[in-house]
Design a protein around this ligand. Structure first.
Ligand SMILES: CC(C)(COP(=O)(O)OP(=O)(O)OC[C@H]1O[C@@H](n2cnc3c(N)ncnc32)[C@H](O)[C@@H]1OP(=O)(O)O)[C@@H](O)C(=O)NCCC(=O)NCCS
Length: 209
């Protein structure tokens, strides 16, 4: 990772505060602002008007669409997709007359590898989205989301499972499902609440190639 415009592209209207770090191959479009402690991994993309606060870290290959503010407390692992105008929060009980600034007051939002968030969704702070979880457009997420779960609505509720490729998973009587696009196999836990892949290493390898 290097702070060098030879390694990445930033549009001239973007403001990259001294101390921010941008991984090689990343692209930063019009009117973005990276605060001093922001860190972007390699091959990230920030659409128009994206703000990345102090202390926010994006992994590799994170795609952020237009008009998103990533406030302090947000952590993104690799391959996360954040749709246009997604809203993050970091204080659960804000009051204009009660100062609640600083990390001691901020609640985290953790986006594990491969998470996708649809346009205009709101993520209430203090939640963790498991790997490859998918949030439908316009949803309000108020609770943790399990890996590979598809959630939508306000409040967001689970409506099935999606593969790492973004395809619906239909489990058979043995609690096994195959991604129709990649053939990758998935297993549903006995309590029907968790999905694991039969070979995550392969999925992760293809997602990063
Ligand atoms: C959630 C999503 C993946 C579709 O999931 P799905 O299970 O295939 O949903 P379907 O299209 O079969 O719709 C099933 C039902 O859910 C509803 N639904 C679908 N998406 C919804 C959403 N985001 N919020 C609320 N309800 C939704 C449909 O209206 C339908 O309702 P009905 O049964 O009363 O007719 C898709 O709608 C979505 O939100 N994608 C995100 C798109 C986006 O923001 N992209 C950003 C980059 S461009």
């Amino acid at each position: 990772m290097a702070y060098s415009t030879a390694d990445f592209y930033a549009h001239p209207t973007a403001v990259l505060d001294a101390g921010s770090r941008v991984g090689a191959g990343s692209r930063i479009w019009h009117f973005c602002h990276l605060a001093a402690g922001a860190v972007l991994g390699e091959n990230c993309s920030l659409g128009q008007n994206v703000f990345v606060a102090d202390g926010v870290t994006l992994g590799r290959n994170v795609k952020v669409q237009n008009n998103v503010s990533l406030y302090e407390g947000v952590v993104c692992e690799d391959d996360v997709f954040i749709g246009p105008s997604v809203v993050f929060t970091n204080v659960r009980n804000p009051r204009a007359a009660v100062p609640r600034r600083g990390p001691a007051h901020y609640q985290p939002t953790y986006l594990e590898r491969g998470v996708s968030i649809g346009a205009n969704a709101t993520i209430v702070c203090g939640v963790r989205l498991g790997r490859y979880a998918f949030v439908g457009a316009g949803s309000v997420v108020t609770k943790d989301v399990p890996a590979f779960a598809l959630v939508y609505g306000n409040p967001a509720r689970q409506h099935g499972w999606l593969s790492a490729h973004g395809e619906k998973l239909h489990f058979d009587q043995n609690d096994l499902a195959r991604c129709p696009a990649t053939g990758e196999e998935y297993r549903l836990s006995a309590d029907k609440r968790l999905v694991t892949t039969m070979n995550e290493a392969i999925i992760y390898a293809s997602a990063n190639s």
